[in-house]
Design a protein around this ligand. Structure first.
Ligand code: ATP
Length: 298
């Protein structure tokens, strides 16, 4: 379905994507996991034809993105990291406009817009100005736009970023249901977002592919290692407080830290997990998968 071969992107000497090779099979949900700056957006922008590679080849449904961009793009619906929405349009106006841009024949536009609003469950909002929508609904409108023309592949760049937990659950369910009809590739820097919806995980670090497997297999390999490395965000004070609490977790040794722990820390210090080495081990496996910054120790 999609083949990426020796893909390279350089920005004035800096390498953002470094000889990336992978392929995507039809009908699966793929997760592109990596920390900020790993090269996920750059890769997606090249796959969708918005950015020219420095080297390498991308084929979508047999069409080379560089040589045959129109045909390649027909198979792709793209939701960029910042959805291309017009805040002063209503949802309906915007989707009709997007359908026109996608060259959907005039007589089919109405039904196509209805279809995508149905799929993304935004029909109730059709007359609402986009600027008045919640972030979750804006994201759905972005998804609806990506679905226009019924592309085989959906490429979604950080579709859950900035959403609250309830909106994340809703978008996750929506992506799962879209995955029944489409091949989906989504990116995230958050492990749980990827493992909860994806059939296959591609871990990217410093522009390189460092792992490609099912979430289950990745967990299994990682369980075999007892090393754990965390990269965390936050103030120094919050970090120190977090590390104090972490010491209560039985069998956990803390060697270094650079910042505070967020989600991962909360999971590890959950009262139910304290002192329960099995649970801690399970959680630690998930945590460990976060160390996708090129410092893997296997
Ligand atoms: N237009 C640009 N000019 C120069 N460097 C760039 C440009 N776009 C991206 N980069 C660099 O390329 C690398 C990969 O960036 P990219 O945005 O693809 O990463 P990412 O994994 O999508 O991270 P994020 O989630 O933060 O967007 C980063 O080091 C980034 O600074």
């Amino acid at each position: 379905m999609i083949e990426v071969k020796e893909l390279v992107k350089r920005y004035s000497g800096n390498i953002a994507v470094d000889h990336l090779n992978f392929h995507v099979e039809k009908g699966q949900i793929y997760g592109f996991l990596g920390p900020n700056g790993a090269g996920k957006s750059t890769t997606m922008n090249m796959m969708t034809g918005y950015l020219a590679p420095t080297e390498g080849q991308i084929r979508i449904n047999g069409h080379d993105v560089a040589e045959d961009p129109m045909e390649a793009r027909k198979s792709i619906g793209y939701l960029p990291e910042i959805p291309p929405l017009y805040p002063d349009m209503t949802v309906l106006e915007y989707l009709r406009f997007a359908a026109e841009l996608k060259r959907i024949p005039k007589q089919e536009r109405g039904s196509e817009v209805e279809r995508v609003m149905g799929e993304t469950r935004i029909k109730d909002m059709e007359n609402r100005l986009i600027r008045h929508l919640s972030k979750g609904y804006k994201q759905r409108v972005g998804l609806a736009q990506a679905l226009l023309g019924d592309p085989e592949v959906l490429i979604l760049d950080e579709p859950m970023v900035g959403l609250d937990p309830k909106q994340i659950i809703e978008i996750r369910e929506l992506i799962r249901s879209l995955g029944k009809k489409h091949t989906v590739i989504l990116s995230s820097h958050i492990l749980s977002e990827i493992t909860s919806v994806c059939d296959h995980v591609l871990i990217i670090s410093h522009g390189k592919l460092v792992a490609s497997d099912t979430p289950e297999n990745l967990s299994r390999y990682m369980k075999e290692s007892d090393a754990l490395e965390l990269t965390v965000r936050g103030s120094r004070a919050a970090c120190e407080e977090a590390m104090e609490l972490l010491k209560q977790v039985k069998g956990l040794e803390v060697k270094t830290t650079t910042a505070s722990l967020e989600e991962v820390f909360l999971e590890l210090t959950d009262e139910e997990n304290n002192g329960n080495s099995e649970d801690v081990e399970e959680n630690a496996v998930s945590v460990e998968e976060l160390k996708s910054d090129g410092k893997e120790e296997q």
